[in-house]
Design a protein around this ligand. Sequence first.
Ligand code: NDP
Ligand code: MG
Length: 399
Amino acid sequence: MSQSVCILGATGSIGESTLKVLQQHPDKYSVFAVTAYSRLEKLVEICKQFHPQVAVVPSTKQDRLAQLFKQHQIDYTEILTDEAGLVAVAEHPQVDIVMAAIVGAAGLLPTLAAVKASKRVLLANKEALVMSGEIMMQAAEQHQALLLPVDSEHNAIFQCLPNGYCQSERTGQPKQGVSRILLTASGGPFLNTSLNDLHDVTPAQACKHPNWSMGQKISVDSATLMNKGLELIEACHLFSISEHFVTVVIHPQSIIHSMVQYVDGSTLAQMGNPDMCTPIAHALAWPQRISTPVDALDLFVHQQLNFQQPDTIKFPALRLARHAMQAGGVAPAILNAANEIAVAAFLQQKIKFTAIPEVVEHTLNDMENAQANSLETILQADQFARNIATQRVDALRLK
Ligand code: NDP
Ligand code: MG
């Protein structure tokens, strides 16, 4: 029987790759709902091709979308709006699978709603898990939702872990013969840029990732290595492992997507051409496998795989994220919120690239940590951190 999919963030880079995979398997999957934030024309094209029952946009865009639907004779798609609309499609009884691919904190409530409605949740929106951590993991356990990682590294780790690892007891310690996780990072576009030159890099340069084509925010995160910091926190929650057992390895070719080490000396790696269709297809079909348009890896082309230590002096974001994870509580939510503000400011050319970790560090230092025992506490810390980070951006603002 065909499964019904809701794509939160359908107009984004992950949304596009998801649709590419679904398009190859019309017998297995149908698109029930799609959501967009600003790219209405793209949403219309998606609706024309996939005939979803529901589309969700901000209420400020509702009239414009209705107009476009009329122009394109789309009378089969209902329009819902805002966060309530996102939550409604994420938990809709007709939906089997939710792709959580909204960028940033905006994805938290709909992703959590999907988890609480016991869906199969394909998690791309790492910020949601970084913010809510144990609350999201506990909700998944309580509601028997299948939370499957789409982030390529976490998907790779999931593939290299023993069967049933994520369903077993959450101890924070490696178990079932696992000794360590090796989280790979490409190092981003500035891996070989000197600290001095890093001050003057532009948004266009930061968004030009050497191996992956992604949305702007995650591209900047990859350039500062904050993406790897967020992924470190993501891995700790997904695999219930203390950050102490996660080593970040720079691997510029992005062919190995991460590794798991075992007590007997084995290291298992998952490899493939860097294309998000692979982890998306894996999470969609797990434990089955389905085809994708991705070419098989040709090792005669990729003859060299290199590895090095991350430079945490040049890229302090990784150190900040590790500290936030060690501190626990709402520290990861503060880190994430301050980073979202700083990245947006950098993209608008208000602050320098190297000011991004500075804003994050300032915000973390300026706020008291608190236990993350409720969603309200987390959202409050998120809002507070955004205010402090915004003030810091203003203080560091380029003239
Ligand atoms: P994009 O910026 O390409 O897409 C983001 C999506 O979220 C778009 O559909 C956008 O709508 C929507 N959106 C943006 N802001 C809001 C908001 N405030 N409310 C509701 N919807 C919103 O990002 P990516 O696809 O690259 O990334 C999505 C998530 O997946 C991120 O969390 C990222 O870290 C993660 N991820 C991405 C990878 C990649 O290769 N791209 C790899 C691994 C993880 P619109 O476009 O209409 O404005
Ligand atoms: Mg990743």
